[in-house]
Design a protein. Structure first.
Length: 234
């Protein structure tokens, strides 16, 4: 009877362990993706000459904050899944759901931002008083002026060069596409992680009620019980 109970426990433990380590692996991936978001946001602020035209430090800062949040939730999820802490798993599910909603908001903002690129570029080109910034843009995109060489050129550039607007617009929209694709990939894994966390919590609760020793499964050999009558003869 004891051996049958051991086999039943083993059947309960196996799927629980599979989901546990699968969820732990997803959170390792979250950690790497969070670092990627921080790097992308930092590069956009520090080195991207277009950011000064579009005045997007706040948008890049939002990406950095989102990356930090993803790293934080990855640490929480890794600890909750590996150590099977139910209250921490609840916190992980709630916080992950909030991050998914925040990413949807960022995707909507990015979509709206894509439609405002033209106006933002026009205002940014006029507002920037430092000619060195505009010269840097013209050198980077090999262009002259905004729409053409007669439209507020920053330096003595060639009249044969096209205007900067079209090259910058393509560059910005390509970047927005990268952000959108990255957010979609991260969101897909987050949904998987959310589902796995809910399943893991449900299994932990079910198995704890069904068999209190499932989570701390003892693999030591089973000692046969000595019948009461034989024990008295000893």
């Amino acid at each position: 009877m004891a051996r049958g109970s051991c086999g039943q426990r083993e059947k309960l433990v196996l799927p629980l362990r599979l989901i546990k380590y699968f969820l732990f692996g997803i959170n390792i991936l979250f950690l790497l993706l969070g670092l990627l978001l921080i790097i992308l946001g930092s590069v956009a602020i520090a080195f991207d000459v277009v950011s000064s035209l579009l005045q997007i430090p706040k948008f890049a800062l939002a990406i950095i904050i989102l990356g930090c949040a993803v790293i934080f939730i990855a640490i929480i999820g890794g600890c909750a899944s590996y150590h099977q802490i139910r209250w921490l798993l609840i916190f992980y599910v709630i916080f992950l759901a909030i991050i998914i909603i925040a990413q949807i908001s960022v995707a909507i903002a990015a979509s709206a931002f894509s439609g405002q690129v033209r106006g933002l570029l026009e205002k940014g080109w006029v507002k920037i008083k430092d000619p060195e910034v505009l010269i840097s843009v013209e050198r980077t995109f090999n262009c002259c002026g905004f729409y053409n060489y007669t439209d507020n050129p920053a330096g003595n550039c060639s009249v044969a060069l096209p205007g900067c607007y079209f090259a910058i617009e393509k560059y910005v929209k390509d970047k927005i596409d990268i952000v959108a694709i990255s957010a979609s990939i991260i969101g897909a894994f987050e949904l998987i992680g959310l589902g796995m966390a809910i399943v893991l919590f449900a299994m932990m609760r079910k198995y704890t009620v069904q068999d209190s020793s499932v989570l701390n499964y003892d693999t030591s050999p089973i000692v046969p019980l000595v019948p009461e009558k034989r024990r008295k003869n000893f």
